[in-house]
Design a protein around this ligand. Structure first.
Ligand code: FE2
Ligand code: FE2
Length: 562
């Protein structure tokens, strides 16, 4: 009998179950979830009609009565139809909900992306997914040149090779016409365009790749003020011959969000360019005060970023938890470019001082010894010996004790000159010449060292965005040393930010190998690496960082960047 009913119910796409007794709870619950099964019960099977279980649609008294069977079939068909419609509606509703959700997510994702190349890629991926398109391309308007710049293309059917090119904006191309008219173009077949349109389809891509473009949506990306910032073209629907109304509405709905996203990304990149320009101008301002260190900041930036990247890529236990993404690398680069900016606060004479005496002091002494020779020619040999010792002591090499001792004997000694008395060597001159090694006195060395504090104070006053707020902290640590003998804070080991430790290696290497410091000769690379290794052994620089710098031959980065 049930089989008979099922045969007759097949045309409504369901099954009928005729029960002669109540079902166990588990069976009833399974049954209630099957939308294509309708349950009827035989009345005489012992249930109270007033307490029908929910899974029973109705009762029949006599399963052999054709009249009752007809009624049962009719009711079942109605219920099955309603259930079917309900299911379809639920499915469409779910589909619309997830489409709306994806649309919203796309708008949010695109408007928060600041990097223009990434944004271009995301725009095409999102639009293609939402509108079910096989391919897509993106053009941006270069208003200054009245041109369109081809920025990105995707096609999942044929591989595409492309490069950025510019094309003039005119109504002959579909993209040019869309830009000029600001109108949305829906072209069901690009090989069969409306004769009234001024534009024609460019077949070169199809001819080159064998691809067949058919349906095309050309979407102007309009800002709120109506200006077109670019055009997106969607090519061929993946699901049918042409794009559906919903595809078109989706693309249209998202286009203004895309225009805003592009405008923001362009603005962001302009600000970045402006900022980069400012940094480079600042760096050249510092380096123009001390031409002997020209290019130092740029080189240190290249080496520091290279070493940071190597740390990021390293599997070594020491670096296992240190990761630098694009944001961190940018922060490190800016900190490196500006690390010596504080030299702006150090007197220029100290900054460029190459010997122990300032140039004007040496000239004054030279003049004095000429006068001595003229006024007391009988002691000429003596004057010449002192002058020679002064020149020797003036060099930044290690001072010979004997010379120092000899010169000490002439301090404040006077010689008669007409009615005046002439001091042979002033105490302050002797003090400068007595510097044991290098050209700087303790006071002058402190002035030079103060450049890190000046860098910090200057960088701290810049309202950095959250992404870049550690720049002052990273820059100020580039003269700290692992054993605590560095400056300005004498930090030790892990107290020194890892970025500053990395910069210290780069800074020392460049100071050693720079070819433009007249007071010292450039050290060959192999020798510089040895000195770095010694500094690491003496706990000045990080041993692991120096090792990584050597192993990866990161110093070669300077060759490729110059
Ligand atoms: Fe420095
Ligand atoms: Fe430096």
């Amino acid at each position: 009998m049930v089989q008979d009913l099922n045969d007759r119910a097949a045309d409504v796409g369901g099954r009928i179950l005729l029960l002669d007794r109540p079902l166990a709870n588990k069976q009833a619950s399974i049954l209630s979830q099957l939308s294509d099964v309708v349950c009827l019960a035989i009345k005489s099977a012992g249930w109270e009609e007033s307490e029908w279980p929910a899974y029973i649609l109705g009762f029949i008294s006599d399963p052999h009565s054709e009249e009752e069977l007809q009624w049962a079939l009719h009711q079942s068909r109605l219920v099955l139809e309603l259930r079917h419609q309900n299911l379809q509606l639920t499915y469409r509703l779910e589909n619309e909900k997830s489409h709306a959700k994806e649309l919203l997510e796309s708008a949010l994702e695109l408007t928060s992306e600041r990097n223009l190349p990434t944004l271009c890629e995301k725009i095409l991926s999102r639009l293609r997914k939402l509108a079910q398109a096989e391919g897509a391309s993106l053009f941006l308007v270069d208003a200054g040149k009245n041109q369109l710049r081809f920025k990105h293309v995707q096609n999942e059917v044929v591989p595409v090779e492309w490069k950025e090119i510019s094309l003039d904006i005119n109504a002959e191309s579909i993209v040019g016409y869309t830009t000029l008219s600001g109108e949305f173009l829906h072209l069901p077949d690009v090989y069969n365009l409306d004769a009234k349109l001024p534009c024609r389809f460019n077949q070169s891509f199809d001819e080159r790749t064998g691809y067949r473009t058919k349906a095309l949506l050309s979407i102007p990306l309009k800002k709120l003020d109506g200006d077109v910032v670019g055009v997106v073209q969607l090519i061929n629907s993946k699901t049918s011959q042409d794009f559906s109304e919903r595809d078109i509405e989706t693309a249209r709905g998202l286009s203004s969000h895309i225009a805003v996203a592009i405008e923001t990304a362009l603005l962001y990149s302009n600000i970045e360019n402006l900022f980069e320009g400012f940094i480079h101008a600042s760096v050249s301002a510092i380096e123009s005060r001390d031409p002997t260190t020209s290019g130092h900041s740029e080189r240190v930036a290249v080496l520091t970023v290279g070493l940071a990247q190597a740390v990021h890529d390293s599997n070594q236990a020491k670096f296992k938890n240190i990761r630098f993404g694009a944001r961190e690398l940018k922060e490190i680069r800016y900190a490196s470019l500006l690390h010596d900016f504080g030299k702006i606060g150090v007197p220029e004479a100290v900054l460029v001082k190459q010997k122990k005496l300032y140039v004007h002091e040496l000239r004054e002494l030279e003049h004095r010894f000429k006068i001595l020779e003229l006024s007391h020619p009988e002691r000429r040999g003596e004057w010449q010996k002192i002058w020679k010792q002064i020149l020797e002591a003036n060099e930044p090499t290690v001072l010979v004790e004997e010379v120092k001792h000899d010169l000490a004997g002439w301090v404040n000694r006077e010689v008669e000159l007409l009615d005046e008395k002439l001091v042979i060597l002033k105490p302050e001159e002797f003090e400068r010449l007595s510097v044991k090694k290098g050209s700087l006195s303790l006071e002058e060395r402190k002035q030079i060292e103060s450049h890190v504090t000046h860098s910090f104070k200057f960088l701290e006053r810049i309202p950095w965005t959250k992404d870049l707020q550690r720049i002052p902290e990273i820059a100020v640590g580039h003269h700290e040393r692992i054993d605590g003998t560095g400056y300005p804070h004498g930090l030790k080991g892990e107290e020194i930010p890892i970025e500053s430790q990395i910069m210290a290696v780069a800074d020392v290497f460049d100071a050693l190998t720079a070819k433009d410091r007249p007071y010292k000769r450039a050290v060959p690379i192999e020798k510089a690496l040895e000195i770095l290794a010694m500094d690491a052994k003496d706990f000045k620089l990080s041993h692991e960082l120096v090792q990584l710098f050597q192993e990866q031959r990161l110093f070669e980065l300077l060759k490729s960047s110059s």
